[in-house]
Design a protein around this ligand. Sequence first.
Ligand code: PMT
Length: 335
Amino acid sequence: MAETDGSAPRVSAAEVQAQAEILQKYLDATEAPADLDDDRVRVSAFVAKHHNEGRKIAVVTSGGTAVNLEKRAVRFIDNFSTGRRGAATVEHLLERGYAVVMLSRQGSAAPFARTLQDATSTAFDSKFMDCLVVDEATGAVRIECKADTAAASLVQAIREHQSFTKNGMLLHISFKYLSDYMLKLRMCGECAAPAGPSAIFILAAAVSDFHIPPDQMAEHKIQSRSGPLSLDLSQVPKALGVLRFHWAPHSFFVSFKLETDHDILISKAQQSIEKYDMHMVVANELLSRYKRISLVTRAGETIVTKRSEEEEVEIPMVEALCAAHAQFCSDAPKA
Ligand code: PMT
């Protein structure tokens, strides 16, 4: 445990108010995704049910946001993230009894299904199609494969997925574009707010810092005949402070910081604590992110590593997040 300076000043209410106003203008000008209202109904009912039944709620964001260059988007700029961190985190939270809302990028790694995604791409290689058998009488598809390690983990993942989804412990909603993400993050914040301290937000999504504001975006496909394209991107309004202080002010917040330069990683994580009053920041470097992470709080930095070759780093990470959340819940004023 390496100690860092825990004496950083907290963000001022005036600063958060200014961020909220800028963000509100952006959200007002943003076209809502078609499924936003349905998702709101589902998330709100999910939180109410599990909170009434005494469960802790986790909202996990995962995957990268895409920034469209045209309103009828043909081209976009993407943020890197496979979604594996978020998917693994969701699985380990479910194992610990949390009811989980997952907000993830369409097509990125999904809880339990990631085993199948691995199977189709790497473990079984292109031979995966050979494992699928069609029953000619019913049209049903069966997977028939050798009882090797990859097959065994696939069977286990299918069973776990079925058990958690049957119990209604996982609600999965999705985004593709930055604008969808921002509107759905606000919706999740507002819907989870009634759970107060029992809700934990784990923000593993990689969110674009730059975009074309809605009022400056071309309606139709940008044409190539006018020569090279110069893009002038604006900064995306900051949402972390608004989520933390306005949308779900009594909940527990874990944000993430990804860097490729080790020398600035921890100071950038500390800035998230100073600027947005995050309770914890998971700091990771691109190349070592599945082996080693740092958990940064106002009290200092704890390094978490894989405990064995087989165990993923998200297991000790989720253990530490749950312990910090439990402490937060017991310290919170009783309603
Ligand atoms: O998906 P993998 O390939 O498994 O990789 C995992 C990961 C490296 C993507 C993940 O561990 C990680 O570090 N995610 C955050 C990457 C990052 O630095 O994000 P950011 O700088 O865009 O945002 C910082 C934090 O604010 C993040 O927690 C982000 O989710 C949150 N944020 C940012 C802007 C915004 N509008 N809303 C947010 O919630």
